[in-house]
Design a protein around this ligand. Structure first.
Ligand code: ATP
Ligand code: ZN
Length: 219
């Protein structure tokens, strides 16, 4: 049965997750070509098929069954479809945090300072949930990218964006004042896939055994 089945893995085509995602798979002893122009590719010595796509689309591909599993930042998962997907492994790389940042000279006195203010972000759902939990009502302005220019452009008082080193914020005259949420790259499947006992689920079990040794060897 398994000979004809392949587990379909969605990975980011180009970006911060691409190289390390493929490094982990290669670390599992799985070999594949490295032609980044391809959308799809088969591994040579393991029943695995890659789909190379934008990271934003990975949660929906897995939810809709276009891919069986995907490697994506926890932030994309929590923003897009947290209830439809299941984290099967935390892969630990691509560490970053979602933080509030304000113009360098602004006095900031804690989250309550944001009440009634405009906050620009690409993560309106995560930010909305956190502000609600903490009892702060602010105006969330959605921007799909270049969020850090919003205060200088006069369209927001503060931003909430992904930060790793903080250099981008500094370069834009902003100061990180409130880390709200942490993220790493995770491997996801759709809810229930792990308990289906299907041929592809069996392949995933085999892949996870290998991934666990790769993660153990790195730590
Ligand atoms: P795509 O073209 O695939 O949509 P992108 O530009 O949206 O790519 P990247 O910037 O490559 O995405 O980021 C992918 C993921 O890397 C983020 O969702 C996040 O989980 C993680 N990441 C780690 N550090 C950072 C950072 N400093 N800024 C943004 N994302 C980061
Ligand atoms: Zn993206």
């Amino acid at each position: 049965m398994e000979g004809t089945e392949r587990l379909r893995l969605a990975v980011q085509k180009t970006g911060r997750l691409s190289e390390k995602s493929l490094e982990i798979i290669a670390g599992c002893g799985i070999s594949f070509g490295s032609d980044s122009r391809l959308l799809k590719e088969h591994a040579r010595n393991f029943p695995l098929e890659f789909l190379f796509v934008r990271d934003d689309d990975i949660p929906a591909y897995v939810r809709d069954g276009v891919a069986d599993i995907g490697i994506v930042g926890r932030n994309e998962l929590d923003e897009r479809c947290p209830d439809d997907l299941e984290i099967v492994r935390d892969l630990g790389f691509a560490q970053c945090r979602l933080s509030v940042a304000v113009p360098r000279d602004f006095p900031y006195g804690g989250l309550q300072w944001l009440a009634g203010k405009r906050i620009a972000t690409s993560y309106p759902n995560i930010l909305g949930r956190i502000l609600e939990e903490r009892g702060v009502t602010a105006k969330i302005c959605y921007l799909s990218g270049s969020v850090e220019i919003a205060p200088a452009a006069g369209i927001a008082d503060a931003i909430c964006d992904l930060v790793s080193s903080g250099t981008t914020l500094l370069m834009n005259g902003l100061r990180e004042v409130e880390p709200l949420y942490s993220s790493t790259a995770v491997m996801v499947s759709r809810q229930g896939f792990m308990s289906e006992a299907s041929p592809r689920q069996v392949i995933l079990e085999r892949l996870l055994l290998r991934i666990d040794s790769v993660i153990r060897a790195k730590s």
